[in-house]
Design a protein around this ligand. Structure first.
Ligand SMILES: [Zn+2]
Ligand SMILES: [Zn+2]
Length: 145
């Protein structure tokens, strides 16, 4: 498997965990970002989020979604869209519009071909993310004993 790394539109497809919502879009593989901001940590329930801006106008969504409006410190309103059945985060964008959306890479079938090209908000990154390779690991969950 080779990584998508050319600076040209790359088609992606995705779906939520329960399957009620699916999406397709085109992204630029040179613009795949890890975001360490506090909002992403809370909204994912994890340490960081991996996102990719879609090519404007390319995002298509099938199924009902729900949106949550987040007002940034700057006053800008950004909508977080998710599956109302299973809660899977899908994308962020303007209300009612999918033009300038940013898709959540974890829902994409092609996620193993997409490598981050930059990290955002590193100032709020959890202190261990840079040394994750040093943490004891197992192939499944053997370490849980
Ligand atoms: Zn779902
Ligand atoms: Zn973020």
């Amino acid at each position: 498997m080779t990584d998508a790394n050319e600076d040209q539109p790359f088609p992606v497809t995705g779906r939520c965990h329960c399957g009620a919502v699916s999406l397709s879009a085109e992204i630029n593989p040179a613009r795949v970002f890890v975001c360490h901001c506090a909002d992403c940590q809370v909204l994912t329930g994890s340490a960081f989020r991996v996102v990719a801006p879609v090519v404007p106008g390319s995002l298509q969504v099938q199924g009902n979604i729900k949106g949550y409006a987040r007002t940034a410190d700057s006053g800008a309103v950004r909508w977080q869209f998710f599956c109302p059945e299973c809660g899977t985060p899908l994308y962020a964008g303007a209300q009612g519009g999918v033009g300038m959306a940013t898709v959540r890479v974890g829902v994409l079938a092609e996620r193993d071909q997409l490598r981050p090209t930059a990290q955002l908000w590193r100032r709020s990154a959890q202190p261990w993310v840079g040394s994750l390779g040093d943490v004891p690991a197992c192939e499944r969950q053997e370490l849980l004993g």
